[in-house]
Design a protein around this ligand. Structure first.
Ligand SMILES: [Zn+2]
Length: 278
C-alpha cells in the first residue's frame, strides 16, 4: 500500500505509554457500555473486566511505534478526504472522528477499555480506539499481515462513525433494546457488515484518487475480513460454529460486503438492513 509522503490527520491522539488502571465497569453499566461500543472482532468481555489484564508499557516510543503512528494518521486522513466528499454528495457535512492510539488501558466516553477488546469505536465521544499491538496480532494470530489489512481495520471503525453520523447506530441500538437476544445479534451482524461495506467504499475512492493499492493489497484486506469473521473466531475459540451468537457476520459475508463496497463505490448499495441475502 502506498502511504508515505501523504498528509497525516490532525485527529490522532497518541496515548500510548499513558495507560493507567481505570475504574472497573460491571453490571448494568457494563452492559450499556457494550451497547455503545462497536468492536472489530475482539473480546468484548475485556471492556467489562479491565482489571484482569496487567499493564505493560515500555514508556519509550520506538521507531516502529512512530511509523505506526504515521501510518494510522495517513489512513485516517484518507478516510477524511473520502467521507468529506461522499457526505458533500449526500448534502451533509462530515464531522471528522478522533482516533486514539493506546497501550494497556484507555479511558473512553464509553468507559474504560483494555487492549484485549481490539479496535473499537465509541459513539459517545466519536472516537476510534486502537492499540497498535492489534496489528501484530492481526498478522500473527489471524494470519492477515500487510499494511492494507491494517488500513481496512481503521476504515471499518470509521465506517461505524459514518453509521453514527447517519443516525444508523442510534436506530439500531434502540431497536436492539426492544428485541430478543437472537434478533439483537442479527442486527449487530447487519451493522458490522455495513461497516465492512463502508470500508470497501473507502478503498474504492482511496484507490481511485490516491492510487493507494499495490497488487495483492485487496487480497490482504479480504484475508483480514476472512480472518476475523465470527465463524472463524468461534471455530478457533470453541471448535464449533454457533450462528445464533454471531455478531459480526461470517468470513464469507464480511468479504462479500467489503468487495461490494470496493467494486461499486456506491453508498446506496450498502443497505444491509433491508436485504434477504447477507
Ligand atoms: Zn465493527
Amino acid at each position: 500500500m502506498h502511504w508515505r509522503g501523504r498528509r497525516g490527520s490532525q485527529n490522532v491522539e497518541d496515548r500510548r505509554g499513558m495507560g493507567g488502571r481505570g475504574v472497573a465497569i460491571g453490571g448494568v453499566g457494563g452492559i450499556i457500555v457494550l451497547l455503545l461500543i462497536i468492536v472489530m472482532g475482539g473480546d468484548p468481555s475485556a471492556v467489562l473486566n479491565p482489571g484482569n489484564t496487567s499493564i505493560t508499557n515500555s514508556g519509550a516510543t520506538t521507531a516502529a511505534q512512530d511509523d505506526a503512528y504515521k501510518f494510522v494518521s495517513v489512513v485516517l486522513a484518507d478516510t477524511e478526504d473520502v467521507w468529506r466528499q461522499q457526505f458533500r454528495e449526500m448534502g451533509r457535512t462530515y464531522n471528522e472522528p478522533k482516533l486514539v492510539l493506546f497501550s494497556g488501558y484507555v479511558q473512553t466516553g464509553c468507559g474504560t477499555a483494555s487492549s484485549d477488546v481490539g479496535p473499537f469505536y465509541c459513539s459517545n465521544d466519536e472516537t476510534v480506539y486502537i492499540d497498535t499491538s492489534f496489528f501484530t496480532q492481526l498478522s500473527k494470530r489471524f494470519g492477515a499481515p500487510g499494511d492494507f489489512a491494517q488500513a481496512y481495520v481503521i476504515a471499518h471503525e470509521v465506517g461505524h462513525h459514518v453509521q453514527n453520523l447517519l443516525g444508523i447506530l442510534d436506530a439500531v441500538h434502540a431497536k436492539q433494546q426492544r428485541v430478543g437476544q437472537s434478533e439483537a445479534n442479527e442486527l449487530s451482524v447487519r451493522l458490522e457488515l455495513q461497516a465492512d461495506f463502508l470500508a470497501g467504499v473507502w478503498a474504492h475512492y482511496a484507490d481511485k484518487t490516491l492510487n493507494v493499492l499495490d497488487p495483492g493489497d485487496l487480497e490482504e484486506a479480504l484475508a483480514a475480513a476472512t480472518a476475523i469473521g465470527d465463524d472463524k473466531l468461534q471455530q478457533e475459540a470453541q471448535g464449533r460454529v454457533v450462528p445464533d451468537t454471531f455478531t459480526h457476520g461470517t468470513s464469507a459475508q464480511r468479504t462479500r460486503w467489503f468487495k461490494l463496497g470496493y467494486d461499486t463505490g456506491d453508498v446506496q448499495r450498502g443497505d444491509t438492513f433491508n436485504t434477504s441475502r447477507l
